[in-house]
Design a protein around this ligand. Sequence first.
Ligand code: SAH
Ligand code: SF4
Length: 362
Amino acid sequence: MQNLLDLDLPGLVAFFESLGEKPFRARQVMHWLHQYGADDFGQMTDLAKSLRARLPEVAEIRPPLLHQEQVSDDGTRKWLLEVGPLNRVETVFIPEAERGTLCVSTQVGCALECAFCSTGRQGFNRNLSVAEIIGQLWWANKAMGRDPKGDRVISNVVLMGMGEPLLNYDNTVTAVSLMLDDHAYGLSKRRVTISTSGIVPAMDRLRERMPVALAVSLHAPNDALRDQLVPINRKYPLKELMPACQRYVQDGPRDFITFEYVMLDGINDRPEHAEQLLHLTRDVNCKFNLIPFNPFPNAGFRRSPSETVRRFASQLMGGGKIATTRKTRGDDIDAACGQLAGQVEDKSRRVASRIEKFMGMA
Ligand code: SAH
Ligand code: SF4
């Protein structure tokens, strides 16, 4: 049984060809699936009756199961999606005046164990399939619909939910190609952002294959500190990461990289850290996005005071960089950055070598 939500346009074309159907059927079905949110072949009224009758025998439309929806006081919404027994991932919609952003997960848990991240604490179970990644946008579009002008409420997607997108490279890229495809969601490359902790070889592959906006989770201005906070740094240290960022800027859809920097009280928020950051990024066209740390139980870190964050930002700006501070959204429903935990049946602790294995695959 082929789940049609697992296929992008070339995949759907190949599937319909295998049934002896013309390629344009792929585009028709894609419209139904992704623009109308169809979950039943019976709805696809412009398909020949014989095809409509045959499809359920060979194909299915299977999005992840919707387990729960929560709405925050500030309008942020969180959907908990079930992706198998004991495993749930989270998707968050963040409404703003000028745009509506959906924050999408790419893995059940995460193997990378960044010190300050709730998802990382949970361990890792598995990669999400294409259907499970695009299924988040599929559900959220159904829930949010269109605005009075007829435009979709979801105008931007950030792959910043649970998991490391570039360690689920193939499924992420296929899902992103659906996000960009005019026959599906038709989002512009600048409105789809992949956030990575810095998987250098995969950043290069992405740049060549599907350059969308890129955010890099920097969080520390030197290797000694970054090794502690973002352990993947031991494999891809700053002297490799910075040139990879420069290469991405050259070919990417935007002329800058966003560096995410979580502000941890007394850890990475001192004036000398800002100074080192300016030096480190002197040759990279970049903007900084400072993220006040979002706490979770037993996190072991404190959020930097807002005055510290303000001073840090102005020091970066004094050095000629743009620095914005991310507004905390949805924290009353644990939907803020780093708070997503879903439910993960951790396999990484049981199979300790798995982390190494996944890193080796990158
Ligand atoms: N794995 C990818 C994408 C998911 S994390 C990555 O690390 O980039 C999305 C962003 O939230 C990252 O910048 C991450 O470092 C940040 N983050 C993680 N935990 C956080 C926390 N507790 N408070 C604030 N931001 C956090
Ligand atoms: Fe994984 Fe990103 Fe969390 Fe690090 S910050 S543990 S890479 S999800």
